[in-house]
Design a protein around this ligand. Structure first.
Ligand SMILES: NC(=O)C1=CN([C@@H]2O[C@H](COP(=O)(O)OP(=O)(O)OC[C@H]3O[C@@H](n4cnc5c(N)ncnc54)[C@H](OP(=O)(O)O)[C@@H]3O)[C@@H](O)[C@H]2O)[C@@H](O)CC1
Ligand SMILES: [K+]
Length: 525
């Protein structure tokens, strides 16, 4: 599992080393790691000798890291320039840069545009204006420079620790920000690099160890991200004595006469994600389509019989189907069953939900949900609010509803009511397509139904992640988001990175589950 931290958590871990006079050593390690990353990136494109690099250096230690890295690159034969964004910058680092033969330019009130043009022609730009010590975003001439540079589209941008203007703890972005190709971050992942909108500006994130790692609060990170290995350990597998009922039966209330495709996709995806059986509840025309795509499913026109978990809501529309969704929610509440509550059913929530209810809104639905809660307050939450502060709002929704909340997006966040948050980002932008969310609901339902009987016990895989039983549902949802994202990426790769349909995402699910499990089995002793 990858743990990510706030800027404050990183600074707290650094403090003992700073107190013992090791600050300069930490900075040298950071700068060396940054320079090595620049060299690796550049070598993918051209020879190092004679290539040009410009470091944009701010007044703090972030600027110091950048200047030392640029000094190192100058000594390796690169034509190095520093653009100083403040009157005083890290003095020793600047001296080292000058001693290495670097050229120094001062950003002033009238030359931002001119310097932006110069920077855009460079082979690499190192963005070292602001790091974890930033309050708010860039202002004045540095803001002008970055806005103009972003417009011009530089060749290769490497961000030092975080893209300047990004809040390291929350992922909130104070525009303008220069989009990085790679962010080289020091000591520990910053939470803001693993949640949108920050993650969208950071490019690929590389971690450089600087010696503070053992002092980080590994048991209480701000964000967690499951890796392929975690998924391999958590994904359920049937045993020799398993049968379809013991493997989980999922009830699905989805679709309607208008949106029958949601039912078709949700049920099919659940079947492909390995659930023992799916019972579909919905109107006859939708049921016919469901059964023609997934003959393994059962259509229940009356009492659905026993299920271990429910998916309620994808494509649910009209009084009759909403009535069935409401009845399923009541049954789940009465029998203490886990439920995936999606789309149309988000309006049917009781005042307080348990953590094994997993809500799956997108940003607009989360805004409406928060607005409907009595505890939210006077000011309406909009979709734009959620998009600019997803980590804040997903946590708020989980705390206020009591449910686990999965907020769909390029980076999907899952919050448990206790405040633990997972972030997964394995998908491709092509997955922003109709029906993609219905497939996710089906995959999640299948995993929840399979987990329902064992997750609260001392399940070794979940206990190994140090998660309390109530927080394990968030891990199940993170597994589903990751499998869904990986399936989309695999499906797109099968057509050379081309477009995909929701059906193609679903079709790739068994292969993703199979290869994650097989890879894990190969690596355990
Ligand atoms: N600690 C260590 O040993 C190590 C730290 N490391 C590195 O240091 C970075 C953190 O360094 P940092 O704390 O100096 O903060 P950083 O972001 O560079 O500068 C902020 C300064 O700028 C100012 N300022 C604030 N907001 C502003 C704004 N909006 N617009 C303009 N100015 C603004 C503010 O100064 P003030 O205005 O308050 O005088 C503040 O002092 C970290 O990201 C990593 O790269 C690594 O080398 C490993 C070892
Ligand atoms: K930076």
């Amino acid at each position: 599992m990858i743990s990510a931290f706030t800027g404050q958590q990183i600074r707290d871990a650094e403090q003992p080393l700073l107190d013992s006079g090791e600050g300069a050593v930490l900075m040298q390690r950071a700068a060396y790691g940054l320079a090595q990353a620049v060299i690796r990136e550049l070598k993918k494109k051209r020879r190092l000798a004679g290539a040009s690099v410009t470091v944009l250096a701010g007044k703090g230690n972030n600027g110091g890291d950048g200047l030392y890295a640029a000094a190192y690159l100058a000594r390796r034969g690169m034509r190095s320039t520093a653009v100083l964004a403040a009157d005083s910058v890290h003095a020793e680092a600047l001296a080292a840069f000058r001693a290495a033969g670097g050229r120094v330019l001062q950003l002033g009130t009238s030359n931002a545009e001119e310097l932006a043009v110069l920077c855009a022609g460079e082979d690499v730009i190192i963005d070292a204006l602001l790091g974890t010590g930033a309050r708010g975003g860039l202002r004045d001439a540095p803001a002008e420079l970055i806005a103009a540079l972003q417009e011009l589209g530089p060749r290769l941008v490497v961000a030092c620790d975080v893209p300047s203007g990004l809040d390291a703890g929350t992922g909130e972005v104070h525009w303008p920000v220069l989009d990085a190709d790679v962010t080289v971050t020091f000591g520990g992942f910053k939470a803001g690099l693993l949640t949108d909108p920050g993650e969208g500006c950071a490019g690929r994130v590389e971690l450089v160890r600087i010696g503070i790692e053992s002092a980080l609060p590994e048991q209480a990170p701000e964000l967690r991200r499951l890796t392929g290995r975690d998924l391999g350990a958590l994904l359920p597998r049937p045993g020799r004595r398993s049968h379809k009922y013991s493997r989980g039966v999922l009830g699905v209330v989805a679709g309607s006469s208008r949106f029958s495709g949601a039912a078709v996709l949700g049920v099919h995806a659940a079947a492909l994600a390995g659930v023992g059986m799916v019972r579909y509840i919905g109107p006859e025309p939708a049921a016919r389509m469901v059964l023609s795509r997934t003959p393994e499913a059962l259509w229940e026109s009356g009492d659905p019989g026993r299920v271990q978990a429910w998916v309620v809501g994808p494509g649910v529309d009209g009084e009759e189907q909403l009535g069935r969704a409401g009845a399923a929610v009541e049954v789940a509440l009465g029998n203490d069953l886990p439920v995936v509550v999606d789309a149309g059913a988000l309006s049917l929530l009781p005042e307080r939900c348990p953590p094994h209810w997993i809500l799956t809104p997108h940003a607009g639905e989360l805004a409406s949900l928060l607005d409907s809660l009595p505890s939210t307050g006077e000011v309406a939450v909009t979709r734009a609010d959620v998009e600019s502060r997803p980590l804040h709002f997903v946590r708020q929704a989980a705390q206020q509803t009591g449910a686990t909340v999965l907020l769909k997006g390029a980076t999907t966040l899952v919050a448990s009511p206790s405040g633990i948050v997972f972030s997964q980002s394995e998908g491709t932008p092509w997955m922003a397509t109709a029906g993609s969310g219905d497939v996710l609901a089906g995959v999640l339902g299948a995993l929840v139904a399979q987990a329902a009987d064992g997750i609260a016990d001392d399940d070794a895989a979940y206990a190994g992640l140090g998660l309390d039983p109530a927080d394990r549902w968030a891990a199940v949802a993170a597994v589903a988001a990751s499998v869904h994202g990986r399936a989309g990426t695999v499906a797109s790769a099968a057509c050379d990175g081309g477009p995909l349909t929701a059906s193609a995402i679903a079709a790739a699910v068994p292969g993703v589950i199979g290869s994650l499990s097989a890879e894990y089995d190969r690596t355990i002793p």
